[in-house]
Write a protein that binds this ligand. Structure first.
Ligand SMILES: C[S@@+](CC[C@H](N)C(=O)[O-])C[C@H]1O[C@@H](n2cnc3c(N)ncnc32)[C@H](O)[C@@H]1O
Length: 267
C-alpha cells in the first residue's frame, strides 16, 4: 500500500520504467483503458476549449465546493483522465492526487502539470487503489462510476481509503439507459470513435451496471449498499445550461448531470 507521498516518488515513472503495468490489467479493462488512451487528445482538446468558456470554472468550483470539505484537504481524483477535476481542485487549495489506467490520458494530464506536486498524477486502478486505509479526506469521480467495471468492489475500496467522516463526491449522468452498445443518440456514433467505443465496451454490459442505469437512484443505491451514509443525488441544471450554451463533447448530447455525495460513517 502507498500513501500519497509515497506515490509521489514514482509518479514520474513511465509504464516502461514501471515494467509495463498496462499489461497487468485484465483484457476487458485493457480494452477500456486503451480506448480512453486513443481518444485522450480529442478528450483534452474539448476540456481545454470549455475551460476558456466564460463562467465555466466558477460553475465547477461551485459544484465541487458544495460537496467537499474546506480546502486544504487531501483529495484522490479517481479515473482522473486528463486531470480536469484535479487541476480545478488544486487551484481551489486542495492537495490532489489523480489516478487513471489510461496512459494516454495521464500523458495529457502530465503535459499540463509538468510533473507538479499538486496535482500529481499516477497510474492506478480506481477499483483497487493502492493507498493506505483512511488516507484521504475526500474522493472525487467525475464521469467514472458508469465506466467502472465491478463498481461494488470499487466502492468497498473507496470506503476503505477514506477517513471516517470523509466524503465521496461524484458527478455523473444516465449516459446509456437504452443500452451501452445499442445507443443511437450520438450523431457520430457510426464514425471512428463510435466504432472504437463499441469494440472497447462490447460484451462488458454485465460488469458495467451503472452505464445502463435508468435512474440516478441506481447510483445512490449502490453507494449506500457499499456502506456509505448520507447519500444524496442532486440535479445540476447549471451544467445543462452551460452545455446548451457552449456545446457538449464529441459524441454527447445535452442532458441532466448529477452530483452524488456520500459520507464514510464515523464508526
Ligand atoms: C469519461 S473519462 C473521465 C475523466 C475525468 N474524470 C474527467 O472528468 O474529465 C473516464 C476515465 O475513467 C478512467 N477509468 C475507467 N476505469 C478505470 C479504472 N478502473 N481505474 C482508473 N481509471 C479508470 C478512464 O481511463 C478514463 O480516463
Amino acid at each position: 500500500m502507498k500513501n500519497a507521498s509515497e506515490l509521489a516518488k514514482d509518479v514520474k515513472l513511465t509504464p516502461a520504467e514501471k515494467g509495463d503495468p498496462v499489461a497487468a490489467q485484465s483484457d476487458e479493462q485493457r480494452r477500456i483503458s486503451e480506448y480512453w488512451s486513443r481518444w485522450a487528445g480529442e478528450y483534452e482538446a474539448y476540456q481545454a476549449q470549455r475551460r476558456e468558456a466564460e463562467g465555466e470554472s466558477s460553475v465547477w468550483e461551485g459544484i465541487w465546493s458544495a460537496g467537499l470539505p474546506q480546502p486544504p484537504s487531501q483529495v484522490l481524483d479517481l479515473g482522473t483522465g486528463s486531470g480536469a477535476v484535479a487541476f480545478l481542485l488544486a487551484g481551489m487549495g486542495h492537495r490532489v492526487t489523480g489516478i487513471d489506467l489510461a496512459e494516454g490520458m495521464l500523458a495529457e494530464a502530465r503535459r499540463r502539470s509538468g510533473y507538479s506536486a499538486n496535482p500529481m498524477f499516477g497510474f492506478g486502478d480506481a477499483a483497487g487503489p493502492q493507498f493506505d486505509d483512511a488516507a484521504f479526506d475526500a474522493l472525487t469521480a467525475r464521469y467514472v462510476l458508469w465506466t467502472l467495471r465491478k463498481p461494488d468492489q470499487a466502492l468497498a475500496e473507496w470506503l476503505r481509503i477514506l477517513k471516517p467522516g470523509g466524503v465521496l463526491v461524484a458527478v455523473d449522468s444516465l449516459w446509456f439507459p437504452e443500452g451501452l452498445i445499442a445507443h443511437e443518440h450520438e450523431e457520430d456514433h457510426s464514425g471512428a470513435r463510435g466504432q472504437d467505443f463499441r469494440r472497447a465496451y462490447q460484451g462488458q454490459e454485465q460488469d458495467l451496471p451503472l452505464a445502463e442505469a435508468g435512474s440516478i437512484g441506481a447510483f445512490a443505491d449502490r453507494i449506500r449498499a457499499a456502506g456509505f451514509a448520507e447519500v444524496t443525488a442532486e440535479e445540476l441544471p447549471e451544467l445543462k445550461e452551460a452545455d446548451q450554451e457552449y456545446g457538449v463533447a464529441p459524441g454527447h448530447r445535452v442532458q441532466m448531470q448529477y452530483r452524488i455525495r456520500a459520507v464514510k460513517p464515523i464508526s
